[in-house]
Design a protein around this ligand. Structure first.
Ligand code: DX5
Ligand code: ZN
Length: 211
């Protein structure tokens, strides 16, 4: 499987989202990573359903929606109907995981589950054969531009060893050309990068260097 590159528009210019999404499209991005934050699950507020709905109209790239919100189960339907192709929620929210996965899939979206830096990967064992993607956070969720936490990346190995089928193992936080190599060597097959891509003088080259 080729590495799926999902640039995070959290580092894009919110006044020019269409322009900035065209840039990553042209640069060879596979997905668009959209960070949804509610000011409760994480100390930041970002994007909601109406923005996802608008972005759906201007790109054919799959929308990879990362829900950093409390009660994600309440918002599966609106985000799915707005055009989310991949919906990832957090293990730490305490929702009924099996039900939330079933719900996401009922809308034809891919279901992902994410763990924060302090959550151990073992908690995911009962769900690994039911989900499409695991998202390993390598920074505390909430903000772009933070430093990669090496210890978190080792969780990828555990998930890889314990997943049977072609599970997508995505990594998010502090990804650049160097940390990407570490993650890929552990078995990651999807990388999210915000500041590395959007702060680069050559977005196409930056995406290429991650692949
Ligand atoms: C952080 C978000 C990330 C963020 C990554 O909570 O989930 O997707 O945009 O930003 P960088 O790549 O700058 O660490
Ligand atoms: Zn994210």
């Amino acid at each position: 499987m080729n590495t799926i590159i999902s640039p995070s528009i959290l580092s894009a210019d919110f006044a020019n989202l269409e322009r900035d999404i065209k840039l990553i499209e042209k640069g060879g991005a596979d997905w668009v990573h959209i960070d949804v934050m509610d000011g409760h699950f994480v100390p930041n507020i970002t994007i909601g359903v109406p923005v996802v709905k608008s972005l759906k109209k201007i790109t054919n790239l799959p929308l990879d929606v990362h829900l950093m919100i409390e009660n994600p189960d309440k918002y599966i339907e609106p985000f799915a109907k707005a055009g989310a192709d991949i919906l990832t929620f957090h293990y730490e929210t305490g929702v009924n995981i099996e039900k939330t996965i079933t719900d996401i899939k009922s809308y034809g979206a891919k279901a992902g589950i994410s763990i924060k830096p302090k959550t151990q990967p073992e908690v995911l064992l009962p769900f690994l054969d039911k989900i499409d993607m695991v998202l390993v956070m390598t920074v505390e969720p909430g903000f772009g531009g933070q430093e990669f936490i090496n210890d978190c990346a080792e969780k990828i190995k555990f998930i890889k060893e314990n997943s049977k089928r072609d599970l997508i193992i995505q990594v998010d936080g502090g990804i650049n050309d160097k940390t990407a190599q570490i993650c890929k060597s552990y078995g990651a097959n999807s990388l999210v990068a915000g500041s590395y891509i959007y702060k680069s003088p050559d977005i196409t080259e930056a995406i290429k260097s991650l692949k």
